[in-house]
Write a protein that binds this ligand. Sequence first.
Ligand code: ADP
Ligand code: MG
Length: 817
Amino acid sequence: MTGIDSLRNVLELERQKGYTDRAVIGGLDKYLHKQAGQIRESINDPQLLKGFDELNLAMFNYGSCDIDERKRWMASVFDWLDGLPKLTETNSSQRSVVSSPTAAAEPRQKRKEELDSPMTVIKGISTSIEKKFAKLNVRTVRDLLYFFPRRYVDYSQKKPTSELIEGEEQTTIGTIWQAKVTTFGNRAGTEAIIGDETGNIRAVWFNQPYLAKSFRTNARIVISGTVSLFKGHKVFESPEWELLGDKELIHTGRLVPVYPLTQGLYPRQLRKWIKETVDSYVWQLSDFLPSEIKTRCQLLDLPTAIAQIHYPDDQTMAARARGRLSFDELLLLQLGVLAKKRDWQESQPGNAFRIDQEVISRFLQCLPFTLTRAQERVLQEILDDLKKPKAMSRLLQGEVGSGKTVIATLAVLIAAANGYQGALMAPTEVLAEQHYTNICDYLSQVGREELHCEPGEGTIRRYREFLSKPLTIALLVGSLSGAEKESLHGKINQGKVDIVIGTHAIIQKEVEFKKLGLAVIDEQHRFGVLQRSALRQKGFNPHVLVMTATPIPRTMALTLYGDLDLSVIDELPPGRQVVKTKCLEPQDREKAYTFLHRQVSNGRQAFIICPLIEESEILEAKAATTEYERLSRDVFPDLRLGLLHGQMPGPEKEEVMRHFRSGDLDILVSTSVVEVGIDVPRASVMIVEGAERFGLSQLHQFRGRVGRDKEQGYCLLIPEKLSPEARERLLLMERVHNGFALAEKDLELRGPGEFFGTHQSGLPELKLAKLTDLRSLELARREAMTLFQKDPDLKKAEHQPLRQQLSQAWSKDAEWS
Ligand code: ADP
Ligand code: MG
């Protein structure tokens, strides 16, 4: 029954478009004539058949009717269509009555099968071509429909030969007067003379002598390309061409799609196959968007959008197609994210904590500073969440140095005071260790540290006289010995540890908490959604607090982390100043060293960051080691240098960090592992080598490592080689000190992968939607919320197709839920 579905879709669209014969590319008649036979075959009721024949689909000349005739004829077709459901099962759209489950399911299944057929069903696509497509992750007919062009070449400007202008992309239609093989230099090619009533023009194709054969004299041809001048005469050089026949133009004379290519797929073939696929299959796509949303947001229906994104009528239609399809992506993303949030919050009750003000104020009194207003506000937001019998899901954003750690510490203390365990997960060992040290420092000021530990308890500390029972805190990182880990796992499992601080070692499956009540995740952008949910699953629906120093525009944060509520620390502790930043030329390196040396002589410390080597942490470590050796030997033989990289064993890293923090080292040579969170108050200079390889947000994070007390901090960026764009980007670092603005710039210049790690985030892929397009984000979010409020489980009949689509979009992440 797909023919009937398709017919109904097309006619409905035609009606929407005001009977302008624009519902299908190439006009309705061609479509009707083609479909008539198929539909006729699918009807076995004689009565219906008679009615169908009277409609005269196969011969009807819609194109030449005036609007009134079109309307009248269309009404009669709809009458006939509306008479159908009782007799046959069309299931053409949500509004048709589902007569019986099996009958309704059958046509849908059939449709699915066709769209999910391997693409070899398309004429001309062989199994070897199929393999090439597989490299692009395109396997089925549906995939091919969703294989979008990157852009279009605009060949829609048609001109007579005499009016062609040099240097512009244009199209001309003419007759081939002559075509022959010729040589250019010593290579064979094709030359043709094409003429119309205004004159002639020469067209040449280098290296394609075989074309001459296709160009019969007197055939009509369409040529699209750029016109150049050769010896004073206009000529098309290797233009796109196609013979003018009864087929629709696909290579010339219109907006021509440009697809991402893979080796062995040629643009002409690709366009042909895709056109064929669109023509034969696009109307089988059932539109899963409720029509109410389509109307409200003025969106194209799905088949039209897919058809138009490939072969748009004009730029406006191309934009509308893009609009509809990116809306789909964002809506599905939003709906999924909202569903997750609801699942977490409502599937199981959360644990309501009692907030012991006494614990909080005693802790705060022991701090060497008072909380900023922003910290106070955010702390209150968190405490309000923790009080509720509903799991907290909160994203805490705050600039580098805004003081998130202390807030997190208070939250885990509250969990411990309530007899629950708290976990804090950091992206690197260095950072986990630092959190551990800091939190222990805070605690040793409020409680009495028990000095005698059992053997194998090197990373466990215990504090008395603060909470009503001893408070035990442990560090769990990958570099612990097997025995240490095992012993720690046992203690966590028996509830003998209250607070666990660590890396992703915490989410390994061997780690079972006795009673996890709160999970804090630091520097969220380093973790994917999957890891977040893994941690969540460790407990009894624990409260989750996610922290990041990467400022993300609010709407975007809500879209990607829409399952989280948002808190922002938008104020730095008093006395902080901006880090003076300078972008140097590579040859100015000596000056930077001299400057650094002077700072060290004044009792300051410095970081030197080695270039990022994305492909391999091992190579990166090697390069850092070499640089460390060079600096120690040749540049700063009189200073004390330390080395830090991701490949060093944990205890070694900790050792270096400890030496640096205590002032035993003057310079820390490091890879990007110091990017996040590391806190050494006396450090005042940071030199970043290969600065152009880092994102702006990352550089901002780096420089947040210096100038953390009252002294001026400096950041010197030394690029390896500097393109004008890279230079412009780095110069922003000198002027802009707002992490928010830099993040937005990053997003604009380098795309979202830069700081969201969308590849590993477990979110559905966004092919068209741009996370920088806040308006679309907001639109999709609003619609998703409305839908979600009305029908959270998408149980209503009219939401079934949407529900199906949703589960498809999120299916790759089965572990997610
Ligand atoms: P981040 O938000 O980047 O994680 P941290 O929590 O590491 O920042 O805090 C940075 C530094 O500021 C730490 O040394 C911390 O002790 C200090 N700090 C935190 N809050 C305040 C405050 N209200 N006043 C002064 N210093 C503070
Ligand atoms: Mg931090």
